[in-house]
Every structure is written in C-alpha cells, then in structure tokens.
Design a protein around this ligand. Sequence first.
Ligand code: SF4
Length: 489
Amino acid sequence: MAWEADDRLKEECGVLGVYTPGQDAAPVAFFGLFALQHRGQESAGIAVSDGSMVRMHKGMGLVNQVFAEQTTIQGLPGEMAVGHTRYSTTGASVLRNAQPVYCQSLVGDIAVAHNGNLINAKELREEMQAEGETFDSTSDSETLARIIVRNLPEGVEKAVGEVMRRCKGAYSVTVLTPKLLFGFRDPWGVRPLSAGRRGDGYMIASESCAFEHVGGKADREVMPGECVVVDKDGMRFFQAAAEPHHSMCLFEFIYFARPDSKMYGTTLYTARERMGAKLALEHPVEADIVVPVPDSGIPAALGYSKQTGIPYREGMIKSRYIHRTFIQPDQSMREMGVRMKLTPLEDHIRGQRVILVDDSIVRGTTTKQIVKLMFEAGATEVHVRITAPPIKFPCFYGIDMASKGELAAAVMSIEELSSYLGASSLGYLSIQGAVDAVGKTKDHFCLACFNGDYPIPVSMDQKKHAFDEPPDVGHLAGVASGQLRLIED
Ligand code: SF4
C-alpha cells in the first residue's frame, strides 16, 4: 500500500532506449531515466545488450533507489539499453509487474518497456492463453511483449505490424533484442515518443527532455503508428499502422510531461504560459496577485500575470522531499493533508486578493485544502483558475483517474464546485483555449476526459464499469475521507 498526499492525476510510465557505440549504455540510460522520473515513481528498470545477451536489473522505488550501487550499473555491460519508470495503471504495484518485461524468443531474449494502457488486454490475453501462451505477470505490457516475441523471428516489421493490428489502446514502447533496439507508437499517437541523437549514437524516449539531460539532442517525434529501428547501421523509420490518426493526449501538454520537453514542435513551458494568458482572457477578475500552485501551475500563472499586468508572487513553498512513500502516516499526519507538501508564505498572502492558478481539478479535495490554506494565511479573496478544461469523463488510455462519479466537474456545476472549494470564484480554460495554446487544431488531440469523445472505441462494458459507479459524495462532503488517497496493492 502506498500513500499519496493528494488527488492529482498520475502519469503512467516513462520509456527509454539508448545506443552508445563504443561505450556502455547503462550509465546513459540511468541518467536518462532521471529525466523521466516524473512519469513513474513506483519502479524502475534497465535492460542492456552486449550483442549476444540481454541482462536486466529492475526494482521497486525511484531510479536512484533501484540503482543505488555503482556495481549494479557496472554489472550491465553493452552498447544498447532500454529503461523504464513505472506508475501502475494495469496490474498491481509489485516487483513482478516492474518493467522492462523480459521474455525469451527465438531470436534471443528480449526486453520490452511500455507506456500506456491496452483497452483490449483482457480479450487478447484470453485469446493467447487459449492458444497455449503462459504469462508471468498481470500487466498488459506482457501481453504486448508476447505478441512481439511470437512474430519477431519474421522481422521487426512483422512484429510491430502485428502489435498494431491486435492491440487497441495507448502504447509507446521500446524494445531491446541482442542485436537491435526499436521503438514504436500506437496508431493514434496517444502517448508521446521521440527519437534523438547523442554523439554518434541514438536515443528513443517518452519525452525529449531525456535527450538533453545526457548531452543528446532531439531529432524528431515518432509519428502515430510509426516504428524507429536503431542498430549498427544507424536509425531508420517505417510506418507500421494501416490507418494512423492524431489523437495525442491533451493532458501531456497541460500537466504530465516536463515543461522542458517539446511536443508538436512546442516547448511545453511556452504552451503552458500561453494557456495562462488565454485563461486570463477567458476569466478575468480584479485581484492583487497571481499565485501558482507549485510546480505545475508556475508557467500558467506567469502567463496569466503577463496578460493582465497583475503581479506574479510565490504564495507557497513545496517540500521537494515528500513524495510517494510506502510508510503510512498516522491519522493526525493524514489530517494535515497538503500541509505536508505545501507551506503558505504568509507575508506574501496576507491582505491580498489572490488569483490561484493550477493545472487541473480531479476530485477537488486538494484544491479545497489549498484554498483553505490561502485564507488561513490571510488572503481576502481566492479566485481559482484552472488550465485544464473540466474533467468529466474517465480515461481508458493509461491515466489513473477516478470513476465518473468521483470527478468533481462531472457531478457539480461550476458554481457548486466553486462553493465546495470555498473559493471566491472559479474559472476553467476552454478546450478551444487549451488547444489554441499548443498551436494545433482539436483534431490533433484526444479530448475524451473533457468531452467524452473517445478516439479509440471503448467497449460498453468498460464504460459501464467506469461510468456507473455511484457518485462517491463522501469526499465532497468534507475533508476527512477523501483528501488522502490510499492505493491498495
Ligand atoms: S482521456 Fe484525457 S487523460 Fe486520457 S488520453 Fe485522453 S486527454 Fe489524455
């Protein structure tokens, strides 16, 4: 059981692939994974190939906990590597579900790192079990890995083509075999994947920030349905999907991805600043200061401030060192809620009319506590401004969201939610505003959690489960029950 101090959305996973001719790839993969740590903090792993054999080390915890010993990295020789940081969306948070997934194949052992969620994993697994396949874990990633294993002897094109044909859902994947490294992105391009260079070598990663972190440079994004192959002859791309679409997760731009990453050719920090500016145009209010909820609200708060001329001020300090922990806080500490993470700067807040800028509201429990902190620190008004449009529908593509009945914006009007939060006013950026801030049109994005329009068809059964759950109004009635989220392993 792991404890988390808020109800923020959880990123899914980070994947990485590295080819470093003439030197070991594991140290580069290790430092590259640090840049993807925000995408998953439950487990981490690296697999390497020395040209004939694939070796792997993985474990539960943060990257520097899993690879605490220099000798662990030294025990991973070879010029090619894949790496993974995990937050579990499918399958329990236990070591056997940590990644990369390791499988034996006719071309030698392979390691697979997956970010996303297969919506037809159950059916696929049952089909494959009926065909005699056995599975070592409960994760959907193993199902995908076993499709690769079956088809790899006929070539990468065949293996990736079969994954695209059979797997429905979101998947950005890196794969290591004894002789080559490849990565691919689902035909809808829901989760990000980029290719880059480092010296005379190559890299593949969920986000471009991983390249710069180890002295590399982004080359380009892997397109929906596209595969990139890296071996001693260089890097090549091929299109593996019959009908690729563009349905990238809008939330990557709003919150998940690191602000220094680039997607659709735009640095996310810039996109988020523009979201803040658009939010100011859509929801202006008279106030004295603009305060971000750190860290993700900072670029948007700066954008709001620049657009309006209302001064930007830090209003709270975030503890850098309390993160996911497996040590259970006692009841009195639980009741402190977000205070364990955020401390208000009273000198900045007292007597001020505050515009509080954050990226999203899921259940509303965290925002409610932050508004309370602001008033306790002496704010005279707290106007909440949110850069994500209202979240009204659950995600089936790899983001761990509450069911529909638990999503604050799905069960309350803006006025009701504002009053529940205890805010002076509440304003959300529109879908159009968020999309315009990225510089693309709506048809480039998955917007399902905002408008219920699922680009990859979701079965009625899955919808029923996520939609029909009765509203959990317990968390909306007060701060006692829902402000701390317990995730059962
Ligand atoms: S439903 Fe929302 S969180 Fe999920 S992929 Fe689509 S935009 Fe992203």
